[in-house]
Design a protein around this ligand. Structure first.
Ligand code: 4AD
Ligand code: MG
Length: 502
């Protein structure tokens, strides 16, 4: 067979004969021609096999190959505007590696439960392929951002002796007969490291025993946490702003085709310009009580109700068409897929009709002092064009390590960054409490065991300085950048309450 190429490199081989190695994504025949769409990991390419170009046996064998059969195809590369990817292979030779029979994920409709169970295969589907590539680029961007700016990578432990965030979400493990916990954060450890290196970061998986199944929560997720010495809240905000801006720019530069494949409205990402918006928690609380917030949700509710009516009608019509006599099989499959999609959207819209009144109530009755809930964050984010920093939360609803504000003792110098389009919090961070007595007070007030934090308290005994940092959740960021409704598709193998397979 000829030189091996990949679909991504076909542009360099026009007029030449190359071999592609891949899997059969799709095929159809029209008498003397077979149109094979080959998937090789870098893209899709239509390969056209003429009956005369192969032996009768090969032609028949290829015609009967199942979806996802593995094969090598050699042929001449030609530019073809109408073909997926813009090139085509005029096939001269085919080598079947394996004929796959009964691949479970067919072009027919599948529900999310089925797809999640078949995650190991679902990876191969176009949308999932695109998401993983965006994730890859985002992670590459995260590492490059800090490495290029003199931050030192400090890996932090996963077995943690004590809570780093709220104690309610700890996973306990048996460590030689002693209870320890899976790390919720590496923060406390990078705080120590920034006193040695000034600018540091950790990046790894973190664990939270979330007791609810929401579209924003995983039990295992990836977080990057930079930490800087001699820094106050403004320094941390400035870093977070530039970091997000640069990440979005990188994805826009390098993953435009993937974003398009996902149907992402790219103009929304282009609007992510500096400076981001900044409001305080108290301003956020006022916003939740405002007419603008109420109007936003009233409009949502109207829209959701109208859509429910529309979808019900659409489903009814499609079901009638599907069961009418003489409908071709491909049409039946297509209708089944559309009905499934419409049903999924209907379920979402019905949820919205049920939930919006609750969200309206929560917002209208929001009390200063409580943490912002998911729906509150969504409202605040949607009332802004750009990502918005919410700062200065009441200390009582935030973690023990946050620096109390010098002017208003009730609030802390913290930040949450809410992504636009209602995606909610993607970054949480703060200036850290650097005074020994104040920190001790918070540890006691939160009912934590002082002895567990002796080493952490040492940082306030020996050369304490103002310092701070933040944590960015990779999966929530991927969900926002890709425009996905649910976080479960943003990580290769999602771990959620009730889900640890495959
Ligand atoms: O706001 P969080 O809890 O902050 C911390 O863990 C700090 N120690 C970070 C720091 O200052 N170094 O979490 C930070 C981010 C959130 O904004 C969110 O993006 C993500 O981590 N996150 C989750 N992502 C998915 N599933 C969950 N259950 C998450 N919990 C937090
Ligand atoms: Mg948070």
């Amino acid at each position: 067979m000829a030189t091996v190429s990949t679909v991504a490199e076909l542009a360099d081989h026009i007029g030449q004969t190359v071999t592609l190695q891949g899997w059969l994504y799709n095929s159809r025949s029209s008498g003397k021609l077979l149109f094979l769409v080959l998937r090789d990991g870098t893209g899709l390419c239509q390969c056209v096999l003429e009956k005369t170009a192969a032996t009768a046996e090969i032609f028949t064998a290829v015609r009967h190959l199942g979806q996802e059969s593995s094969l090598e195809v050699a042929g001449e590369v030609r530019a073809e505007q109408r073909s997926v990817g813009g090139y085509e292979l005029a096939v001269s030779d085919v080598r079947i590696v394996q004929n796959a029979v009964g691949y479970p994920i067919t072009p027919k409709a599948h529900g999310i439960e089925f797809l999640m169970k078949n995650r190991h295969l679902w990876f191969r589907s176009q949308q999932q392929w695109a998401i993983m590539r965006v994730r890859h680029t985002l992670i590459e961007g995260i590492r490059a951002y800090f490495n290029d700016r003199g931050f030192i990578l400090v890996d932090t432990p996963i077995f943690a002796p004590a809570a780093g965030e709220e104690a309610q979400t700890l996973f306990e493990v048996n460590y030689y007969g002693e209870p320890v916990y899976l790390a919720q954060t590496g923060q406390l450890y990078v705080e120590a490291a920034c006193m040695a290196h000034r600018k540091v970061y950790c990046f790894g998986p973190t664990f939270r025993a979330e007791k609810s199944k929401t579209r924003r929560h995983l039990t295992e997720f990836w977080m990057v946490e930079p930490e800087i010495a001699y820094a106050d809240l403004d320094d941390v905000i400035e870093l977070a702003e530039d970091f997000i801006y640069e990440l979005v720019q990188k994805v826009l530069r390098e993953r435009q085709p993937e974003l398009e494949l996902l149907g992402r409205d790219i103009s929304k990402l282009e609007q992510v310009q500096k400076p981001f918006e900044r409001i305080t928690y108290s301003e956020a609380a006022e916003l939740l009580h405002s007419d603008r917030a109420r109007k936003l949700l009233e409009d949502d509710l109207e829209r959701a109700k109208a859509r429910v009516t529309e979808l019900k009608q659409e489903i009814e019509e499609k079901e009638a068409e599907r069961s009418s006599p003489g409908v071709k099989q491909w049409k039946v499959d297509k209708l089944a897929r559309e009905i499934m999609e419409a049903r999924e959207e209907l379920a979402d819209q019905e949820d919205a009709v049920r939930n919006i009144p609750t969200h309206m109530n929560l917002a209208a009755n929001f009390r200063w002092g409580s943490d912002l809930g998911g729906s509150d964050e969504t409202i605040i984010a949607r009332l802004h064009e750009r990502p918005v920093f919410v700062t200065h939360y009441p200390g009582a609803c935030k973690a023990f390590y946050m620096k109390r504000n010098e002017h208003d003792q009730r609030v802390v110098n913290n930040l949450d960054l809410l992504a636009p389009e209602g995606y909610g919090e993607i970054i949480g961070g703060s200036q850290r409490e650097d005074e020994l007595d104040a920190l001790l007070g918070r540890i006691k007030a939160d009912g934590l065991n002082e002895a567990d934090y002796e080493w952490y308290l040492d940082l306030r005994r020996y050369g304490t300085v103002p310092h701070g940092g933040f944590g960015l959740g990779v999966e929530r960021t991927v969900a926002w950048i890709c425009g996905l409704k649910h976080i479960r598709e943003t990580i290769p193998y999602a771990r959620m309450m009730g889900r640890v397979y495959p």
